[in-house]
Design a binder for this molecule. Structure first.
Ligand code: ASP
Length: 438
């Protein structure tokens, strides 16, 4: 029997009722033997996440302000869960130790990590699973980068000796043994690391949504769920703003050939979204898999007659961009035109410098910057097999009276990228969705 690693997000473990749901989900499939919990999340609108409270505690202590009140709220969250589930062997001892550490000046990473640590202790007691502290088996290098190979070696060996385990998310340790956290939302990464080390058949990421939707529901009401997406499609969609999973959580499982499934703890009957290497049937129900986009881009448009014959032109443009510390997002080109797409927030502080450097290095006929641009990626592995997809997309945009300012299609034919004015951004997404979905 293979095994499944199940990661539960903060909303899935925010109170005792959610702990019960998690236990029921685990009982439904005996392969779910390794569990990665987040810290308790919000129970209702306006509630605090325990992790946020812990960051506040640390900041206040460092500033010499009252941190005890917020810490008492953290303690209360765990006491309530433990009380309702009749748990908490040793909880007071752990809380007391953490309080002392904070008092003695514990750093931010240590403070933040205690949310997952305490939730992991309670969950392991509740499930009767072993507790495996990531401080002993998830490692960072001296420079603070995640040490994937050392971790995999140690963690695999530890897991092999345990028929089941709860491994708290979000943190590991530095070479000197001190705690280090991943970036926010990092329990997703821990889940993926544990899945790889356990050689899991599947990495389940349990959250409060039933998977990815084909478009942002704030823009397209009733956007349909995506049943199956490939890792490459997901990369395109997440890059353009679709977020459910932490970006860095994809790599460890993708490399190990383990599919990820996004599931809803509050609706375990939904199949959610499965993310695989290769979709079973290359074509899904629709030609496209999803649409994602972001606003806040600027286009530097450069024109020069006979640009195509001028060797090194592109290199010189990019040299100017690099010298100004910018990283460009896209680079659509024509015969005599080149367009550098950048995030406006990055460009603003060096705007004049980059313009004068491009002028010096390339002497263009014209250079124009267009601000307030949005980029929209229409992504789908099915597009490569469906002639006429681009024509449908552009006619949908033209019917919606959208002026397309830029087009870029990678040679993989996995996505078509269009640049539009910000004011047309939402209408464009709705028009594309209507054309391909309904
Ligand atoms: N608790 C951490 C956070 O709020 C990590 C996580 O939930 O994934 O960012």
């Amino acid at each position: 029997m293979g095994n499944i690693v199940a990661k539960f997000g903060g909303s899935s473990l925010c109170d005792a009722g959610q702990f019960r749901k998690v236990r029921d989900i685990l009982r439904m499939d005996p392969r779910r033997v390794y569990v990665v919990p987040s810290a308790p999340g919000r129970r209702f609108d306006g509630d605090d996440k325990v992790t946020d409270l812990l960051y506040t505690v640390c900041r206040r202590r460092a500033a010499g302000e009252d941190w005890q009140t917020d810490f008492a709220r953290v303690e209360e969250r765990y006491r309530q869960i433990a009380g309702e589930l009749s748990l908490g062997q040793g909880l007071e001892r752990h809380l007391c130790r953490i309080r002392e550490d904070i008092e003695a000046g514990a750093d931010e990473d240590y403070c933040a990590s205690r949310g997952e640590y305490l939730n992991g202790l309670l969950l392991s007691e509740y499930l009767g699973f072993a507790f495996l502290d990531p401080q002993e088996c998830i490692f960072f290098t001296q420079s603070g980068a995640f040490d994937s190979e050392h971790t995999n070696e140690v963690l695999s060996a530890r897991l092999q000796a345990l028929p089941n385990a709860v491994v708290p998310g979000f943190y590991g340790s530095m070479p000197d043994g001190s705690i280090r956290t991943f970036s926010r939302g990092g329990s997703d990464i821990t889940g993926a690391i544990v899945a790889r080390a356990a050689g899991a058949d599947l990495y389940e990421n349990w959250t409060d949504v039933s998977g990815f939707l084909m478009a942002d529901p704030r823009i397209v009401k009733d956007a349909q769920p995506i049943p199956c997406v490939t890792y490459r499609e997901l990369r395109e969609l997440s890059y353009m703003g679709a977020t459910v999973l932490h970006e860095d959580s994809v790599f460890p499982v993708h490399r190990a050939g383990i599919p990820t499934c996004i599931r809803n703890t509050n609706h375990p009957e939904h199949n959610g979204t499965i993310i695989t290497h290769q979709a079973d049937s290359e074509k899904g129900q629709y030609v496209i898999t999803g649409i994602a986009g972001r606003v806040g881009f600027s286009f530097i448009s450069i024109e020069k007659a006979m640009m195509n014959a001028e060797k090194g032109f592109g290199r010189r443009v990019l040299q100017a961009v690099e010298e100004c510390g910018l990283s460009f997002e896209h680079l659509p080109t024509g015969i005599d035109t080149m367009c550098v797409v950048l995030e406006t927030a990055q460009l603003t502080p060096v705007r004049e410098r980059v313009v004068s450097r491009i002028m010096e290095l390339t002497a263009p006929d014209t250079l124009t910057i267009y601000d307030d641009m949005g980029l929209i990626a229409t992504v789908g592995r099915g597009m490569v097999h469906s002639p006429g997809t681009a024509a449908r997309l552009f006619s949908a945009l033209s019917q919606a009276h959208v002026n397309v300012r830029m087009i870029d299609q990678g040679s993989s034919e996995l996505s078509i990228l269009v640049g539009v004015n910000c004011c047309d951004f939402e209408d464009s997404i709705r028009a594309i969705y209507r054309e391909f979905v309904r």
